[in-house]
Design a binder for this molecule. Structure first.
Ligand SMILES: [Zn+2]
Length: 94
């Protein structure tokens, strides 16, 4: 007979972390020639792009970069998950 797939994780939802103070993304870049890394920038890649352009300006043979983008996820209980009610009750008491 056919198989039935049960996804236990369906009782949880995965989403992008939107808590106050949490950046949507943190950008940085590493020079592949010397390994120097830019400062990290929250939510804005422009300072990182400018860093790479300036870095090549100062070191004309350094022309390859590895950009890094960090983002944050969270998992919360979905409707039907007992944790959803438990957490709703405990937040009312606070
Ligand atoms: Zn470099």
């Amino acid at each position: 007979m056919g198989s039935r797939v049960i996804i236990k994780a369906a009782e949880w939802t995965l989403s992008v972390e939107t808590a106050e103070g949490a950046p949507l993304a943190i950008f940085s870049v590493v020079c592949m020639a010397c390994g120097e890394e830019s400062e990290a920038a929250d939510n804005d890649r422009l300072p990182v792009e400018v860093w790479a352009l300036k870095h090549t300006g100062l070191n004309p043979t350094h022309r390859q970069y590895q950009p890094k983008v960090l983002s944050f996820w969270r998992v919360d209980p979905a409707p039907g998950n007992p944790y959803l009610e438990m957490e709703a009750r405990s937040s009312v008491r606070r």
